[in-house]
Structure formats: C-alpha cells, structure tokens
Design a protein around this ligand. Structure first.
Ligand code: GDD
Ligand code: MN
Length: 383
C-alpha cells in the first residue's frame, strides 16, 4: 500500500491536536489505497502540544513528530516536507491545519482525486460550493483581494483559492520543486508553493470546502505575514518573467557580437560583406545558444540532448528570421511605413517567436504525463 503523509504544523494546538488526530485516523477505512501517516511539525509550543502528540505516538506508529524553533508557517512546512520526503517514502503529501478548521472528511475525497491523476488537489473556500461562514467582512476582503492580486498581478492561473492550507500533492511533484526558492517564511508560503507547483506542471483541481471558525486557540496570521504576502506577489511576478528577461538580455548581447564580428571582418580583415555577414550571424547564433544554455534555461531538465538543442535553436532562428523579414516587407513595402520602424517591429516579433519556440521546444522539459492540464472545478457537493 502507498503512503499519504499529512504534514500538520502546530503552534499552541494541544487541545485541538488531541481531537484531530483520532478524527484523521478514523478516515483510514475509507482510503483503501493509501496508508495514512501524520507528521506533526511543532515549533516547541509552550502549551505542550508536543507532549500531547508524544503520548498518542505511543500507541500509533503512524504518528511522527519533529520539533524546532518557531520561524513561521512556511518554514515549518518546508522542514516537514523535507523530513517526509527523506524518511517516510510518501506517494502523497497533504497540507492541513491542526486547529479543526479543516475537516478530515475531505481526506478520502482528496486522495481519490489524486489517484485519478490530479497531482494537486486544493481544498477551496472560494470555489463554487465552498464557504467561510464565520469570516469577518475584513478577513474575507483581505483573502479575496489577496487571491485576486495573486492572479492578476502575480500571473497565477485562475485558481479561486491560492492561499488555502488544505491540499493534497503528489510527492513526485514536490520533489521537482525548488523549495529553497520558497524563501517565504510565513503564510505566503502557500502562494509561493502553489506557484512553484504550477511551474512544474501540476495538474490542479479545486474541491469546495467549508472553512468554519476556530473553536479553541487563536489564529497566528499576523501583520508581518500580510506584508510578506504583498512582497511575495512581486517576487512571483519577477520569477515568472525572469526567463524571458534573461532571454532578451542574451539576445541583445548577440546583436553586439554580430555587429562586432561583422565590423571586425569587413574593416580589419577586409572580408567582403557577403561572407562577413553570414559568419557574424552564425557566430552570434552560437553565442546566443551557449548563453541561453548556461543562463536562461539552466534550471531546466531538458529532454533533448545538447546536439539536438543546438540544431533546434538554428531551426528556430531561421523561423524567427523569416517572420522578421515578412513583417518588415509587409509594413515597409505593403503599407509604405518607415523601414527602420518596420524592422524594429519585425525584430520584436522575431524575439517573441524565438522565445516561444525555444522555451516550448528547444529546451522543453521532460515532465510527467499530466503536462499542460488546466485547473478544473468540481461541482458543489450535495451533502
Ligand atoms: N509549526 C508551526 N509554526 N505551525 C504554525 C505556525 C508556526 O510558526 N504558525 C501557524 N501554525 C499552524 C497553526 O498551529 C495551525 O495548525 C495552522 O498552522 C494554521 O494556522 P492558523 O493561525 O490557524 O491559520 P489561519 O486559520 O489564520 O489561516 C488559514 O488560512 C490561511 C489563508 O487565509 C490557514 O489555512 C493558512 O494556511 C492559510 O494560508
Ligand atoms: Mn486556523
């Protein structure tokens, strides 16, 4: 049987965790495919949460505990994920709050969807059928605004609940993620993790959940968390465009190389333009290729060999060159516009074509079969 490890961060949840753990394991019989494990990540809670957990570990070998210093929710999750991946051999990793705001009844639903190919299942408060019955107007506004900003400013796809803390993730998908990039310490970890999962081709589905109020203990969401959240949106945005910006910078350096070699050959070596230009073009293409390899796409696990990429890069350069030329002809000859301006527009489109094809084809990543799926929605539950 495969394992599903629920990573449960706790800070002062002694009372809640005592109720929650039995409720989680009560769901085991509805989940024949996976053996449930719970990894409690406690940050030395002064209320003795860890002692409560230790007492329960005595008669349940599927409860695990790691303790650390309090550095925020995100840090706790990162530690928990790493520990789970290294020592518990999970097929699925789940995120869940320990304060009873997340209903263990959803566990079988999540795991079933994961078994049917969804590598990221999100318990969603804002999907059709989900709700936050006790949220104050203020908290609701903050949450909705945050989600809206993530989507429109951070460029996340249309997922309704980007900050949910109730999720089921394929362990293989987490393994592909660069957790060190997720430098967010607090609650905004949730959105940067989501972004990173999607960047790694997560196949996403949102499942509506009800998110009631806490009964005991209190929320640890702080003002610092909210500021970090805002800052994080810009980080995500930048990370998203990082590749394209690097690609453009490499392209610009290629223009300099092209011009420099052309000038050198025609002026100092005395080569004719007919020879100098193709040599300069080819050398600048090679220059661009090498730089893109070590800079722009360095983090990609490309499916193609170096040689194949080299050939594809040339094919793409050819296509982009034709596009550039066609647009120049169309605008300058066809519409009679200024030739240099027309050429600039052509070059601009050439760069886009170049980037698009190189990022989708030349440096295409070898990835899980679920590549390219879009976020889905389940119909509201009828219970
Ligand atoms: N180990 C550890 N360290 N656990 C923490 C820390 C920490 O610094 N801070 C919070 N936790 C634990 C809590 O004990 C609880 O089990 C869980 O993380 C969620 O914390 P809450 O403080 O109850 O969060 P919330 O209810 O305000 O926020 C919920 O909604 C957010 C988005 O609106 C959570 O689901 C968040 O994950 C979510 O981002
Ligand atoms: Mn809570």
């Amino acid at each position: 049987m495969q394992r599903a490890v629920i990573v449960l961060p706790t800070y002062n949840e002694a009372e809640n965790v005592a109720v929650l753990l039995p409720r989680i394991f009560a769901r085991q019989e509805e989940i024949p495919s996976h053996e449930l494990h719970v990894l409690v990540v406690d940050d030395s809670s002064p209320d003795g949460t860890a002692d409560v957990v230790r007492a329960m570990m005595a008669d349940n070998p599927n409860i695990h505990l790691i303790s650390g210093r309090k550095k925020g929710l995100g840090e706790a999750y990162k530690r928990g994920f790493r520990h789970a991946l290294d020592t518990l051999d999970p097929d699925l990793i789940l995120e869940m709050d320990a304060d009873l705001q997340h209903d263990p009844a959803m566990l079988p639903v999540f795991i079933d969807l994961a078994r049917h190919g969804f590598s990221l299942v999100i318990g969603s408060r804002f999907a059709l059928g989900g709700s936050t019955p006790n949220f104050s107007l203020r908290r609701r506004a903050i949450s909705l605004l945050g989600n809206w900003m993530l989507r429109f400013m951070g460029g996340l796809p249309p997922i309704r609940d980007c900050t949910s803390g109730f999720r089921c993730i394929k362990a293989d998908l987490i393994r592909k993620c660069d957790l060190s990039f997720l430098s967010t310490k607090g609650y905004s970890f949730q959105s940067s993790l989501l972004f990173e999962l999607i960047r790694n081709q997560a196949r996403v589905i949102e499942v509506p959940i009800v998110f009631p109020d806490r009964i005991s203990g209190k929320s640890k969401l702080s003002f610092a968390d909210q500021s970090e959240f805002l800052l994080n949106i810009f980080k995500i945005r930048f990370r998203k465009s990082e590749e394209f910006l690097t690609f453009s910078a490499v392209g610009a350096s290629g223009v300099v190389v092209n011009l420099g070699i052309y000038t050198l050959l025609t002026r100092s070596v005395g080569a004719p333009l007919e020879i100098a230009s193709p040599v300069a073009i080819e050398l600048s293409i090679i220059w661009n290729f090498l730089l893109n390899n070590v800079l722009t796409f360095r983090k990609r696990a490309s499916e193609a060999s170096f040689r194949t990429r080299f050939i594809r890069f040339h094919v793409v350069a050819g296509i982009a060159g034709v596009v550039n030329y066609a647009i120049l002809l169309l605008l300058a000859r066809g519409l009679g516009l200024w030739d240099i301006g027309s050429n600039l527009v052509g070059i601009g489109f050439g760069v886009l074509v170049n980037y698009f094809l190189n990022s989708r084809w030349t440096w295409r990543e070898s990835c899980i079969p679920s590549c390219g799926d879009r976020a889905g929605q389940l119909p509201p539950q009828s219970s």
